[in-house]
Every structure is written in structure tokens, then in C-alpha cells.
Design a protein around this ligand. Structure first.
Ligand SMILES: Nc1nc2c(ncn2[C@@H]2O[C@H](COP(=O)(O)OP(=O)(O)OP(=O)(O)O)[C@@H](O)[C@H]2O)c(=O)[nH]1
Ligand SMILES: [Mg+2]
Length: 306
């Protein structure tokens, strides 16, 4: 289920552990919540919908036990082959979940994609908690009415209103999750944060910087593939990566006049990667055009969406 590193570890009695799938439509704050819950940045976050494209695990440990959170791509109406992959990838994280967090945005009433996401988990045999996020910027006098609308979308085991950014009610959320968690030994050795592969984590940090730098329709058409990642010496890693866009015009935008935009993307990505590995990095970035790759099964596979 979680790759080769998955194992069970001997632990004392009453210890709880299990899998918690973070579910919901795009942009409600699922990845922000994951990073907050585990206290480290393992998932990229941007103000744009459809940021997450793969299942990302994050492991939270307390005295009570270990929770393996699975962040998923936001559920949406598929328009391209890539969207079908996103929904499929999210759904694959439901099967092994002990608990599902249905995350919604408390600043607004349910969206059609909230209803779509709710429908997909309505009849599953899992405990689902309603997590109303972004209450730091919600219209508090209307919040109860908004929550009442979300409650109608499913049969929830309970719920909590939180802010992933300002950390409101996060301990309450963790407590509610443990109430539903089975007694079990730990799935991962103490101190494990994620099972994400290094190359994927690097590609994601670069994609995050592209998403934060460019506007309009380009972000959804960006994919990043790390070609080489090797240690040059004790102090320096070498990384070469391709940024794929769908059109020549998009390439010109990502590169920018005199290569300025690409340089900036490279600088910020490098800082993020150096922070992740605690080592200096030489980052070689190339921008390439792959026409309509989001509709192309072979390209999706090449870019890791399979
Ligand atoms: N004010 C506020 N903003 C939040 C909160 N949680 C997330 N956000 C913002 O909402 C935006 C989307 O956050 P993400 O964590 O990327 O959302 P997501 O649900 O993972 O989105 P997808 O990966 O596209 O499905 C970002 O700009 C976050 O900073 C919150 O509690 N309060
Ligand atoms: Mg996300």
C-alpha cells in the first residue's frame, strides 16, 4: 500500500495507528492541513485549484499512536485525461483508509465539486469526519448556517471547524481522529515523516514555484520531471529537471525576457530543495513543449501520472 518502506513496528499496548485519507474538492486546504498536522512541508501548496496531483503521505506521531495521513488530489469533474488520473489517484487512497477527513471551505456554501466529492464517499464503509477549514477568514455569524449545508452532504461521525493556517482546533481534530483509530502497532519507524521519493519531492517543489510565478491557464499544463539527481561531493548535489508546458507561447512566458522568469523559478526552487536536503544544490532547469500532454496517455505515463 505505501511502498517498500511500509512495515509494522513493535509497540506497547493501547497504541493506536491507522490511515487517514484527506479528501475534498480542489483548493479547500487539504495539503495545508497535511503539512500542519505533521509539522513539516511535504505537500506543495498554492492559491490555485488542482495543485496536488499524487497521493502524498505524512506521518503524525503522538503518545497515543501514529496516524498516516494521505493527501489526495482535489475531486473535480474530469475534463482531460490528467483529471481522470487525479480522481483515480484520490480514489485509490480510500480503500485502505481507517478514517476519511472530508475537508470543505468554511468561507463558502457547498460547490458542485464538494457535492461530487461527497457523493464518492457517501456509501463507503468508513468513518468520515467533516472538517470545515479556513475559519480564520470565515464570516463567523454565517458559519453555523454554512456548516449546516455541509452536514447535509454526508453521514458524518462528527466534525470540527478548523484553520489549517492559524492552527485553530487542530488538537481537537487529532483527538477526534484517535477516537476512531484502531489499536495497532505503528506502521512506520519512529521519526518517519513521509514515504515520498526524493525525485518526486524535488519535482513538486519546482512545480510549486512555476505555479506561483505564472498566471492564467499555464499552471494546469505544467509538469516537472527530474532527470538527474546525484551527489557531486559532500557539499553539493546536482539536479537536472525538465519543466513541460503545452505550448510554445507558454514556454516563452516561463522562460521570460532574458530568461529572467526561469532564473527566478530556479533560485526559489533551489532554496526549497536545499532546505529539504540540508545541502547545496546545483539546479539545471530546462523548459520543453509537450503539446496537449494532459490528453495524452503516453505523456501522462512519462511524466509519472500513471
Ligand atoms: N486563510 C486560510 N487559507 C487557507 C487555509 N488552508 C488553506 N488555505 C489556502 O488555500 C489555498 C489552497 O490550499 P491547498 O492546501 O493547496 O489546497 P488543496 O485542497 O490541497 O488544493 P488541491 O491540491 O488543488 O486539491 C492556499 O492559498 C492556502 O494558503 C486556512 O485555514 N485559512
Ligand atoms: Mg493539495
Amino acid at each position: 500500500m505505501l511502498g517498500n518502506s511500509l512495515m509494522t513496528v513493535e509497540t506497547k499496548g493501547n497504541y493506536k495507528s491507522g490511515f487517514v485519507t484527506i479528501w475534498g474538492r480542489p483548493n479547500v486546504g487539504k495539503s495545508t492541513l497535511l503539512n500542519m498536522l505533521i509539522g513539516e512541508k511535504v505537500a506543495i501548496v498554492t492559491p490555485r485549484p488542482q495543485t496536488t496531483r499524487n497521493r502524498i503521505s505524512g506521518i503524525c506521531e503522538t503518545e497515543e499512536g501514529q496516524i498516516v495521513f494521505l493527501d489526495t488530489p482535489g475531486i473535480l469533474k474530469p475534463k482531460q485525461k490528467l483529471d481522470e488520473y487525479l480522481v483515480k489517484s484520490a480514489r485509490s487512497c480510500l480503500r485502505d483508509a481507517d478514517v476519511v477527513l472530508f475537508v470543505v471551505d468554511g468561507t463558502t456554501t457547498p460547490h458542485s465539486d464538494d457535492k461530487r466529492a461527497a457523493k464518492l464517499i457517501r456509501n463507503i464503509d468508513k468513518d468520515v469526519l467533516l472538517v470545515v477549514n479556513k475559519i480564520d477568514i470565515a464570516d463567523i455569524p454565517n458559519l453555523d448556517a454554512i456548516i449546516a449545508e455541509y452536514k447535509k452532504l454526508g453521514n458524518f461521525k462528527g466534525g470540527v471547524a478548523v484553520s489549517a493556517v492559524t492552527q485553530i482546533n487542530i488538537p481537537i481534530l487529532i483527538k477526534k481522529i484517535f477516537e476512531l483509530m484502531p489499536e495497532n502497532s505503528a506502521y512506520y519507524p519512529e521519526g518517519t515523516v513521509t514515504d515520498q521519493q526524493d525525485k518526486l519531492a524535488i519535482a513538486e517543489l519546482i512545480r510549486e514555484q512555476v505555479l506561483l510565478s505564472v498566471r492564467q491557464e499555464i499552471p494546469h499544463g505544467v509538469a516537472v520531471v527530474v532527470k538527474e539527481f546525484e551527489s557531486r561531493n559532500d557539499e553539493l548535489d546536482y539536479i537536472s529537471a525538465n519543466i513541460y508546458v503545452e505550448k510554445q507561447g507558454h514556454k516563452l512566458i516561463v522562460v521570460g525576457g532574458n530568461g529572467r522568469m526561469l532564473k527566478e523559478i530556479g533560485r526559489k526552487s533551489r532554496e526549497g530543495i536545499e532546505g529539504l536536503f540540508g545541502k547545496k544544490v546545483y539546479l539545471d532547469l530546462w523548459v520543453k513543449v509537450s503539446k496537449n500532454w494532459r490528453k495524452d496517455e503516453a505523456a501522462l505515463t512519462r511524466f509519472g501520472y500513471k
